[in-house]
Design a binder for this molecule. Structure first.
Ligand code: FUB
Length: 343
């Protein structure tokens, strides 16, 4: 009996808790890494987490970030030798943004004609999330913000995707603290409720950018996300429906829309034939990591693909995160091999 007890104990799967990769930097807390290759180098545009003392609530008030730092590296550090990571210091501070209320959340960046654009979500003075833009002649900044948020933008987590034809598209949105549930047909209702389980899931938004990269060229539209049978998700499909953290990349002529499922903590992805979608659900890229949030980017560097993500290895606290990188591979049919963040 004793023997069989022991052997059945041994057979119980132990939780995987040993990280397969280490934080890219440990001098500051960083999260939501948007990675890009500019001038042959990897630049990472993360949130800069701090302990500001603001009390935790369901809207994420404790994610009270006040500036951005840009990181860069000559190689991703998952190969040997590990790449050195440079923290370029403060690239943009909330005190320099004229329309600022509070909370600088997950940013993204793009380059066009030698100018670098930093896109960032921030609550305005009415406590409504908008998306701002700031420019620099250098990928690492410092960035100079526009005087007002981008007209027609709302909610959080901008992702700017540069298509092969020279057009740029901005994806954005996040539910709960990200306020996307307050926006219907691009109109705002302050006291709008989250949807009930049998209602259609709230969808992320996309708009093409104008030639000046500082305006939307069109009204934001919903990004259609479909399940494997071609049906839109319901709110109760929360292991697969969109929550926040949109990212778009292109692989072998297809568009990959990846995102966080939020309260179920997956990074999931869907594939489509156009930057506007529709995108059909294909699976999970990254299962839940330590900490409540899961937020990532996917980038090709020197012919190999990488997943940037975060967890809370350094602090153990959900609002004090650290960015990491892992290799990403595809199956021959173009589906993504899920990344294991722990062993
Ligand atoms: O960093 C603040 C918020 O947490 C981001 O905007 C979300 O995507 C989540 O990672």
């Amino acid at each position: 009996i004793a023997f069989s007890c022991l052997s059945s104990l041994a057979a119980v799967a132990q939780p995987k808790t040993q990280p397969v990769s280490q934080p890219l930097v440990s001098n500051i807390y960083t999260a939501d890494p948007s990675a890009h290759v500019f001038n042959g180098k990897l630049y990472i545009y993360p949130s800069h987490d701090i302990e500001s003392g603001v009390k935790e609530d369901d809207n994420g008030a404790h994610f009270d970030m006040r500036d951005y730092h840009v990181l860069s590296m000559d190689s991703p550090g998952v190969d040997s030798p590990a790449g050195k990571v440079t923290d370029h210091g403060v690239a943009l501070s909330v005190k320099d943004i004229p329309w600022a209320g509070r909370q600088l959340w997950a940013p993204d960046a793009a380059v066009k004609n030698g100018t670098y654009y930093l896109y960032f979500p921030l609550k305005d003075k009415e406590d409504v999330f908008r998306i701002g833009v700031a420019t620099s002649k250098h990928p690492e900044g410092p960035f100079t913000p526009e005087k007002a948020p981008m007209a027609g933008t709302y909610s959080i987590d901008p992702c700017v995707f540069a298509d092969v034809n020279g057009e740029y598209y901005m994806y954005f949105g996040g539910i709960w603290g990200g306020q996307l549930q307050r926006w219907n047909n691009n109109h705002y209702t302050a006291d709008a409720k989250l949807r009930t389980p049998d209602e259609a899931a709230i969808l992320p938004r996309v708009a093409r950018l104008a030639a000046d990269m500082k305006h939307l060229a069109e009204a934001p539209r919903e990004v259609q996300l479909l399940d494997e049978t071609g049906k839109p998700f319901l709110e109760k499909d929360n292991a697969k429906r969109f929550f926040e953290a949109a990212w778009v990349h292109r692989y072998k002529g297809k568009y990959y829309f990846s995102y966080s499922t939020g309260d179920t903590h997956n990074i999931a992805y869907a594939i489509g034939d156009s930057p506007y979608g529709p995108f059909t659900y294909k699976g999970v890229v990254l299962p839940p990591v330590q900490g409540w949030t899961n937020h990532h980017s996917i980038v090709e560097f020197k012919g190999k693909w990488y997943l940037f993500y975060h967890d809370v290895q350094l602090s153990g606290k959900t609002h004090l995160r650290n960015v990491k990188v892992a290799k990403l591979t595809y199956n021959p049919d173009g589906t993504i091999v899920p990344v294991s963040a722990y062993r």
